[in-house]
Design a protein around this ligand. Sequence first.
Ligand SMILES: NC(=O)c1ccc[n+]([C@@H]2O[C@H](COP(=O)([O-])OP(=O)(O)OC[C@H]3O[C@@H](n4cnc5c(N)ncnc54)[C@H](OP(=O)(O)O)[C@@H]3O)[C@@H](O)[C@H]2O)c1
Length: 286
Amino acid sequence: MAVLVTGGNAGIGYFVAEQLAEQGVEVVLGSRDAGKAEVALKVLRERVPEARVRHVPLDLASLEQIKEVDAGPLEAVVLNAGVYLQQAERRETPAGHEMAFGVNHLGHFALVAALWPQLRPDARIVNTGSFAAKSAKLDFADLQTRQNYTPKLAYERSKLAQTLFALELDRRLKAAGSDRLSVVAHPGGALDSLTPDRPPLHVRKAKDRLGLSRIILQGKDGGARTAVRAAVGPDVHSGQIWGPRVFGLRGRPRPEPVRAPYADVEAAQQLWAASVELTGVEPLVS
Ligand SMILES: NC(=O)c1ccc[n+]([C@@H]2O[C@H](COP(=O)([O-])OP(=O)(O)OC[C@H]3O[C@@H](n4cnc5c(N)ncnc54)[C@H](OP(=O)(O)O)[C@@H]3O)[C@@H](O)[C@H]2O)c1
């Protein structure tokens, strides 16, 4: 049994994989770039010589490739990969979906559908939220952010969508009497500049080593801890949101209250229906 970590080749996803491997968990890195995945595998095996770790090709922008993913059997999947575009122009996936919504939410929605037969009966599905989603609102007349597009708006909506998806999945699992768990983990504020070196995967620049941000934020190793806890911790329940203890930005993981906008059941149901329509697939909760 293994845990699949999407975007496990870099950033928080790499540290989720490393920390799981340290606990003796078999890890599968989902990565769209075989070269980057090879580097991550090498670094991870150097850090954790006894690690059981492998790679599966996974481009979350490609609904066609997602259908073919064979990673199982799985005890958990950490839906960590994410894009936050820096350039001002709006971009789309090959299926014509706005890139952040398409990769972060729709790609993971389709992945869960594809993995459904590969997940253990008590498997955990861990979506990745963000403090940035707290002030977001979905626009069901413009889910793909064609109007007033900014990378920030699209990203915040995509992270809210991931959180609503996770909580709706939880309700459906419970209604079906399933033993599977759907959980949200968010990393707080996790900066490369506060992240320990893992050469050649990640090396801090000299100028990065200073800064007051270390007081309120953390490194990507710290940000990984909530997802690791959600994926394999003993005290995790379906429907929870896990975040860092100190102002939701840094520190040890703890469950957070599920408040607006996450508690909007109607929006979550509407989003589920729209996601089925846009991807053509559905996690078959029964
Ligand atoms: N860092 C923070 O402070 C923070 C705060 C809140 C939430 N988050 C969330 O935490 C997660 C990880 O963030 P991070 O800071 O570690 O980001 P990161 O360093 O930019 O890493 C993002 C990962 O996602 C992968 N990815 C991007 N597009 C993909 C695609 N189409 N298919 C497959 N993989 C793809 C990247 O792969 P490539 O290497 O191939 O690009 C990379 O492995 C994201 O979901 C992010 O939204 C982060």
